[in-house]
Design a protein around this ligand. Structure first.
Ligand SMILES: NC(=O)c1ccc[n+]([C@@H]2O[C@H](COP(=O)([O-])OP(=O)(O)OC[C@H]3O[C@@H](n4cnc5c(N)ncnc54)[C@H](OP(=O)(O)O)[C@@H]3O)[C@@H](O)[C@H]2O)c1
Length: 265
């Protein structure tokens, strides 16, 4: 595969770092985006061919920062081949305990920011004959999960945006993917979420699984959604066809979810 220029948001996080390592090892050039310079610089320094990668310190909730990201991309490269919208936040808890700020954080970071970044990078993506957008979703973007109502809402919205955009760009050479991991072992998950998953027997994948799926999408470029993990992939189907069955399963988990979602837990 030819070397691609990849804009990766949330590069310094658990999944982002694994994606950056896999893509750099494959010879691609990365534009690494995050809010904190130190972890971004540390990451760049450890990547294969570190000199060919750049970092952009940007809070994607700030219009001026998003503008600076686009300007930097224009300055550094004639085109962007791949945009991976990976930056995201999650606040676990019953809705009654989620603050205005936490809810706004999830909806703005997980939906509004990627939508606006796609819009603003479309001109640079249009110049590539391999243009690919990968929106990192979640199993909870197809299965509304108790304790994650705001997060689920954000990932359902991201999935809807991906579907609409894919159809809107059907006449162009831009492939749009939605990649939905199940739980992944990264700093995003608090100790309570990890304990909840352990008690419920929910598997947590290493971030390298998601990185490998991203890498595979660059070759497939088939514009199909991907759901990682079994039985989660199966439950996504069941939830779409017979949601009442999933209601019964999640009703049985509710007391456990409530226990771990207490603010002091
Ligand atoms: N971990 C899971 O269980 C799981 C499961 C399914 C899907 N996902 C999805 O996978 C993606 C990556 O998650 P992760 O587990 O790798 O989380 P993580 O380790 O917490 O990393 C999140 C990344 O997003 C960046 N970020 C957050 N807010 C930002 C903002 N306003 N502007 C710029 N960057 C921002 C963070 O960098 P700074 O803080 O330095 O800015 C960090 O690099 C997310 O979209 C998440 O929803 C995760």
């Amino acid at each position: 595969m030819t070397a691609l220029t990849i804009v990766l948001t949330g590069a310094s996080g658990g999944i982002g770092s694994a994606v950056a390592k896999m893509m750099s090892a494959a010879g691609h050039r990365l534009i690494l985006v995050g809010r904190n310079p130190q972890p971004l610089n540390d990451l760049r320094d450890m990547l294969d061919g570190s000199a060919r990668h750049t970092t952009v310190v940007a809070d994607l909730l700030q219009a001026a920062d998003r503008k600076r990201l686009v300007t930097q991309c224009k300055q550094d490269c004639s085109k962007v081949d791949v945009l991976i919208n990976n930056a995201g936040v999650s606040h676990f808890g019953l809705l009654e305990n989620i603050s205005d700020q936490a809810m706004a954080d999830m909806l703005n970071t997980n939906v509004l920011a990627p939508v606006l970044i796609v819009r603003d990078l479309l001109p640079l993506l249009s110049r590539s004959s391999n243009a690919t957008i990968i929106n990192i979703g979640s199993t909870f973007g197809s299965i509304g999960y108790p304790g994650f109502s705001g997060y689920s809402a954000s990932k359902f919205a991201l999935r809807g945006f991906t579907e609409a955009l894919r159809r809107e760009l059907a006449e162009q050479l831009i492939t749009v993917h939605y990649l939905a991991p199940r739980a992944v072992d990264t700093p995003m998950n608090s100790a309570s979420v990890k304990a909840l998953n352990a008690e419920l027997g929910n598997a947590m994948d290493p971030p390298e699984i998601v990185a490998a799926a991203c890498h595979a999408l660059l070759k497939a470029r088939d514009g199909r959604n991907r759901y990682l993990g079994w039985p989660e992939r199966f439950f996504v189907r069941i939830n779409a066809l017979i949601p009442a069955l999933v209601d019964v399963t999640l009703r049985k988990q509710l007391r456990t979810i409530q226990k771990y979602s207490r603010p002091e837990a």
